[in-house]
Design a protein around this ligand. Sequence first.
Ligand code: ATP
Length: 289
Amino acid sequence: MAIFNLGSINADYFYRVPHLPGPGETLASTGLSRGLGGKGANMSVAAARAGARTIHIGAVGADGLWARDQMMESGVDTRHVATLADTPTGHAIINVDDAGENAIVLLPGANHAIPSETQEAALSEAAAGDILLVQNETLMQAEMAKTARDLGLYVAYAAAPFDASATAAILPYLDFLILNEVEAEQLAQSIGKTPEALGIADVIITLGAKGARWINGSQTRDFPAMPVTAVDTTGAGDTFTGFVLAARDRGLPMEQAIALAMRAAALMVTRHGTADVIPDLKDVDEARF
Ligand code: ATP
């Protein structure tokens, strides 16, 4: 089977600065590094490294071909990543000061202009039983979810970054919902229902260093996190999502899929970086916790 991921692709630009700039201030940066990011791209890389056939549905500008190529090198099928002539690639300008504090400017760019023909062409290759994955850094998630549901796909949604109206619109079409503790709180406040009351077959709440909770109908099961020393939690949730869905796509029971995803996410938090350091199945198999 396969995972079709309608997802964001970002260029993350990390600028080292002596302090975060104030209003009207011009500040010289002492260094720049660039990396592949965006929740969608991270999840696709994680799912591909976890062994799933992963088809990314998205867009970059002419300035983002390197990002598409990096996804391809990680094993992601990028045939349905459109290149837009007049829209820049989504990007984040991340100022990081000497104390590690950051200030981020995010431009959605091409992530908000994924052509409908690109989405339709990708879904025309999907078959019943495949997985559609979406999150909130693109547009049209609910429309895509409805079409995929009608085609018999298993529809998975990561409610991040939290957006009350996007989440409310997609809820009727979901088989799988994943969100962190803060997003679960925001969801409960915005729609007045707990995750247990949503009627979605599988809900996972990730709990950071505490692990994860799986809600399956009236059953709730907690999984403790692997004991590691975290150095950078960026991308932990995206790694978890990619691995858990890749394992489900291979037919593993949810308990085993969660156990594998916890190991992958634990390994991820021991590494500095984002998409470039997402582990693969071999890393996860060999890790000793
Ligand atoms: P992010 O936005 O940083 O990618 P998130 O908020 O979406 O992450 P978290 O709940 O923080 O997601 O973490 C996802 C999973 O990563 C957890 O369920 C857990 O398995 C693993 N994890 C996160 N932090 C730690 C930690 N300190 N030690 C071990 N595992 C961790």
